[in-house]
Design a protein around this ligand. Sequence first.
Ligand code: NDP
Length: 259
Amino acid sequence: MTTEQFSVARKTVIVTGSSQGIGRTIARQFAADGANVVVTSRDESKVETIAAEIADETTDGEAIAVECDVTNRDEVDALVEATVEAFGTVDVLINNAGASFMADFDEISENGWRTIVDINLHGTFHCTQAVGPVMRENGGGVVINVSSTAGQKGSPRMTHYSAAKAGVITLTSTLAYEWAEDDIRVNCIAPGFVATPGVASQMGVDVDDVDRDSVSRRMGTPEEIADLAQFLASPASSYLVGETVTAKGVPRIEETHEV
Ligand code: NDP
């Protein structure tokens, strides 16, 4: 079997929220495959460190660091501008930046609710709308949104996050329909639990705790999500449009004997 169709070499890829976790792994993996990546988050020093790390690791793809808060439209526009200036266009946008906190619905302040919806849903809106004209001018592109299984079935003490991530899923299918004629494919990933610094701080689970020799697959690794992102970014997924691909390690089943 040829693997060429899975390649992202020479693509220009923006990965939002790539200072750590899934985003950082996607940026490193895509660059290792020959992509030019834009490493971006709210923390300039962190993204500069990651971009330098990528430059040390690979000579195939290039990496630049750009500070950008996805909730701020001016910063998002500047991110897209900086990308075009550095690499000429944007081929792939990965809307990975996300955040949450756990709280009962009654405890969530309006500010807390807005913050979570703003980062997860509004940030995806800003970045996607900002790259649209560049991708159209380029004759097409790929947008990959990152939702969550929380956005499909809900998650305890996460009404704000679940609602925002559910919005990301229907944004994906609706926009995929709208932008299909521009050859911009929009798809989405819905991960289950993935061992990242974000999850470590909320749940105390470390990536070293993930045992792939065991049959239990309740916790995924950032690499497993990056592999899926690479598939969705590559020509190998050309027949997938408007889909949300669930990666959660355990089968979807409605009823179990567990209580
Ligand atoms: P982490 O919490 O480990 O990292 C989140 C990243 O998002 C950081 O790079 C952070 O950068 C960035 N970020 C947060 N807020 C903003 C903002 N306003 N603007 C720009 N960047 C921002 O997350 P994960 O790697 O765990 O998750 C990545 C994505 O996957 C998220 O969308 C998350 O919701 C989703 N997901 C994760 C799951 C998991 O179990 N890990 C499960 C399901 C979905 P900085 O702080 O430097 O700005």
